[in-house]
Design a protein around this ligand. Structure first.
Ligand SMILES: Cc1cc2nc3c(=O)[nH]c(=O)nc-3n(C[C@H](O)[C@H](O)[C@H](O)COP(=O)(O)OP(=O)(O)OC[C@H]3O[C@@H](n4cnc5c(N)ncnc54)[C@H](O)[C@@H]3O)c2cc1C
Length: 394
């Protein structure tokens, strides 16, 4: 005899992106919904990438074959019994038919959380994408590390020629950390005993150097950078990149052996194409519960969103700290939406900012406390460890 009773279908929450935001959202939904919602996590990479640590390009060069310090296999950070991981590139999101297109399959969703992070912004500057090396992805940081090794080894074989020049474009925290790391690395140990120290030039564009940091920290960072041999040139927007030469807005040129592009980030194309309201860099605008206003049940968190903090109206930054703060709210709200309960509002309180300046030094602000030198660097290392633990634990 055939049974006529059918068990009710379990709704499916699909999370796009297994970075800081996506992994934390997955764990948050499980904690709250148990087996009441199936969670599917999609990422193009089989690893969770520790993106906040990619400024360590010298260490990536030294470690070249061992990427495990920056890329943790998904199986190690996911509880496989609870989350179904699908490795695939998201090529389209159809909000009306509630489906996500991957290269080789279509995944339907009842609830969707978009956590696809960000990609470098090139602002339409000719040559920037083709000739600038980016550090916003592990592949990019690995290519930069390989190019640094090439440039240093070539210089080691040509004694008497000028030191290679590395020009870093972008004076925010990423550009500053990368410039400091390259300038203070032990290239003789990493590349070749005869390798010279590269000349490192940091160009800031329309945004001032380390915009948003307190003035004393900016002054101290500049002193440390210059002490490490980095030449900081402010208000020097790049308008064109050709092989070996940058053209600045005032018409002057800067020659380079290696150009590192750290000029900021924007939403990935698949997010930029969504038929919803977009903000700066095509980030999607979300309501206070982190949902897309026209699409109940579709949420977004992390670098993909533009969200003004309630009360202050200040935009939440594109940082791992903000992604990890938003993720539990989005996870909670997916379950609340499913159960028809009241949702939470996202309000972001920055705990502080810290950057590494090479040689075990850094600068930062944690609440009202300003930190310099070794203590700042130690705190930075602790925060990085905390970010990795946060995604493992959720
Ligand atoms: C060098 C560097 C240093 C940084 N330092 C700090 C710091 O000290 N503190 C801080 O708070 N923040 C820092 N940040 C910023 C921080 O890394 C980001 O804000 C954070 O990673 C955003 O988290 P997310 O989950 O939104 O995106 P991500 O962590 O980037 O995750 C996005 C995920 O989506 C996946 N993905 C993207 N597109 C697709 C697609 N089409 N299909 C399938 N999968 C896709 C990616 O593979 C990735 O796993 C730093 C960034 C860089 C580059």
């Amino acid at each position: 005899m055939q049974s006529t009773s059918q068990s009710p279908r379990i709704p499916q929450a699909v999370i796009l992106g297994a970075g800081y935001a996506g992994l934390s959202v997955a764990k948050s939904i499980h904690r709250r919904a148990g087996s009441g919602i199936d969670v599917v996590l999609v990422d193009r990479s089989p690893d969770h990438v520790l993106r906040t640590e990619l400024y360590q390009v010298d260490e990536i060069a030294a470690a070249s074959a061992d990427r495990r310090r920056w890329a943790v296999p998904m199986a190690e950070v996911l509880d496989g019994r609870k989350t179904r991981f699908v490795q695939g590139l998201v090529t389209g999101i159809d909000l009306s038919s509630k489906t996500v297109r991957l290269e080789s399959e279509t995944v339907p969703f009842d609830y969707l959380v978009i956590c696809l992070g960000s990609v470098p912004s090139y602002f339409g500057i000719p040559g920037a994408k083709e000739l600038g090396q980016e550090v916003y992805s592990l592949g990019g940081a690995e290519r930069l590390a390989a190019r640094l090794l090439e440039v240093e080894r070539a210089a080691a074989k040509a004694p008497g020629t000028p030191r290679p020049r590395v020009v870093v474009v972008g004076g925010g925290s990423t550009g500053t950390e990368v410039a400091a790391e390259i300038a203070t690395a032990d290239w003789k140990q990493i590349a070749d005993p005869a390798a010279p120290l590269p000349q490192v030039v940091l160009l800031t564009g329309p945004m001032p150097f380390l915009q948003g940091f307190p003035d004393p920290l900016i002054r101290h960072s500049r002193k440390l950078l210059e002490g490490a041999g980095v030449e900081v040139r402010e208000n020097t927007p790049v308008v064109r990149v050709d092989a070996g030469v940058l053209t600045l807005k005032d018409g002057s040129t800067v020659a380079f052996d290696l150009c590192v592009w750290c000029a900021g980030v924007e939403a990935p194309p698949v997010v930029a194409q969504l038929p919803v309201e977009h903000g700066h860099g095509k980030r999607v605008k979300v309501s206070s519960n982190l949902e897309l206003p026209q699409y109940p049940g579709v949420f977004a968190v992390g670098d993909v969103i533009e969200y003004a903090n309630p009360g202050s109206g200040v935009l939440v930054p594109s940082t791992a700290q903000a992604a990890l703060a938003g993720a539990p709210v989005a996870g909670y709200n997916v379950v609340a939406r499913h159960l028809g309960k009241r949702m939470k509002r996202f309000s972001y309180h920055e705990r502080g900012v810290i950057i590494s300046l090479g040689l075990g030094k850094g600068v930062g602000r944690a609440g009202p406390v300003t930190l310099w030198g070794r203590p700042a660097y130690v705190l930075k290392s602790l925060v990085e460890a905390e970010y990795s633990l946060a995604v493992e634990r959720g």
